[in-house]
Design a binder for this molecule. Structure first.
Ligand code: SF4
Length: 485
């Protein structure tokens, strides 16, 4: 059998992006090679998302386009995993019988076995589990870059927000033990990463499973002790569970970045109640106040849904008012759309599309104005930027490079003539000279480069690329590491 190539197509949230790194790692471990860009892969894996309206129609459309390719390539296999697979289960092979494997959110690790079995038996394999068997982070991974990594601390969610399908597809919250998480952080640092984002649907309820309500703050403090780990971020906390010990852990731990992404969803207490989100706008704003008292430079970002069923003009105005008071560095704004299988999809008073659109545009304008004003306040400041691998614009006119400041703002910067050019993963110190609503610019002569272990790891990955022709990759097998705490 020739060496087969694979491609993973990812839809949806950051959790899925992270899961796709695991899927790639599993396939690489099983001897498949990543298909080059623009090359047809032998194994195509869809990591799907169920939260969008019509997500299923779109998936079946794309699967339909692959059917003739499969006829031409006898080695080709198609696998569908992720939330939509968990939701639709056997329906997928009924509607697209040329699909070889369907797997769910709880059994990613079975994918290579299922592919082999489907090839051997010449029939589709559908395997979905109701509960998690192996925590996804214990599977091998293949990261996109060497300087930064994602680490799951929990999966699933014990909340029941009425617009969200996550709890029914990803199950109840499952927490990893702190020692296991810290071992993975250490392994990432040993492989050259200097930045890590802790990932969970609801990071600050972390510990609920093993009975420690302050476990998340403690985890941040322990991450602060890992030598060489320069930047720790996390996403996403839930305002209802946000306690002051986390604020102090953030403020007192040098490598936890001055940044907070905390979903607001609505500024109307009535809508929050209908969304079954148990905090109120006053509590939300109180958290921001205390975060800013402890970390005056913190950049705070959020998610907001416009046009939830029953939202009145007055409710919407309350959201606008919270946005004015909160002064978000940026906000992801979404127009509410029915998500099949959620309670909100069945609620009366679904709003007409035009009303949602008009409110959305008003909110977007306000959010952008505030982001622009907040970014303008950064002009003249000196910021440390972790240089990214091709993030943001590749500006061929100005030749600016890009990266993230400590507060996670995107920075496009010019390398002064004859100055050292940084590698992805190095850290530059620059002065902010201009801004837009979504980025900062530095065209200053104030410029210095700090070469990092992440930059060295980048160099090594490039050498691997040269000798093998395959982009450098890191595979982390965690199970052999001892559990720490
Ligand atoms: S907190 Fe709410 S929105 Fe977030 S994953 Fe849980 S149910 Fe969904």
């Amino acid at each position: 059998m020739p060496t087969l190539s694979y491609q993973v197509r990812t839809y949806g949230c950051q959790m899925n992006v992270h899961d796709s790194e695991r899927i790639s790692g599993l396939l690489a471990d099983a001897g498949y090679v990543e298909a080059a860009e623009n090359e047809d892969a032998d194994i195509v894996v869809f990591n799907t998302c169920a939260v969008r309206e019509n997500a299923d129609n779109r998936l079946y459309g794309v699967l339909g386009q692959l059917a003739p390719k499969k006829k031409d390539n006898p080695n080709m296999q198609i696998a569908v995993g992720g939330c939509l697979a968990q939701k639709d289960q056997h329906k997928i092979v009924e509607k697209a019988p040329w699909v070889d494997v369907v797997f769910g959110t709880h059994n990613m690790g079975s994918l290579p076995t299922l592919l082999n079995r489907a090839r051997h038996n010449q029939e589709a394999e559908v395997e979905l589990l109701e509960a998690l068997e192996v925590f996804p982070s214990t599977l091998p991974t293949k990261r996109d870059n060497t300087y930064s990594g994602w680490v799951s601390i929990s999966v699933g969610c014990n909340n029941t927000c009425t617009f969200c399908i996550v709890p029914s597809l990803r199950g109840k919250e499952k927490d990893r033990r702190p020692g296991e998480v810290l071992n993975e952080l250490q392994a990432l640092v040993d492989d050259g990463a200097i930045e890590v984002t802790l990932l969970g649907q609801n990071v600050n309820t972390y510990g609920v499973e093993f009975g420690d309500k302050q476990a998340f703050g403690k985890l941040l403090r322990s991450a602060g002790e890992i030598e060489g780990l320069e930047r720790v971020r996390f996403t996403s906390p839930h305002p209802a569970a946000f306690t002051d010990d986390v604020i102090w852990a953030m403020a007192e731990t040098e490598n936890v970045m001055p940044q907070l992404h905390m979903p607001l969803q609505s500024g109307s207490d009535k809508v929050l109640k209908d969304m079954r989100r148990s905090y109120r706008s006053k509590k939300y704003l109180g958290i921001l106040e205390r975060v800013r008292e402890a970390m005056p430079d913190a950049a705070i970002t959020t998610d907001i849904i416009v046009g939830f069923p029953g939202e009145t003009e007055e409710d919407f105005e309350q959201t606008m008012e919270v946005v004015r008071q909160a002064r978000f560095a940026s906000a992801y704004t979404f127009q509410y759309s029915k998500r099949p299988g959620t309670p909100a999809a069945e609620m009366p008073d679904q709003l007409p599309k035009e009303v949602v659109q008009e409110r959305y545009e008003r909110l977007l304008k306000l959010v952008n104005t505030i982001s622009e004003e907040e970014n303008r306040l950064q002009i003249g400041k000196t910021v440390e930027v972790l240089v990214a691998n091709g993030e943001g614009r590749k500006d061929n006119t100005t030749m600016r490079l890009s990266g993230r400041a400590r507060d996670n703002r995107l920075v496009h910067f010019t390398v002064p003539e004859n100055a050292e050019v940084p590698r992805p993963g190095d850290v530059v110190t620059v002065e902010v000279t201009d801004n837009g609503p979504h980025f900062l610019i530095s065209d200053s002569q104030t410029y210095s480069v700090r070469r990092t272990t992440a930059g060295d790891a980048w160099d090594r990955s490039q050498l691997e690329t040269c000798s093998t022709g395959i982009p450098g990759s890191i595979s982390l097998g965690m199970p052999s590491l001892p559990i720490r705490g």
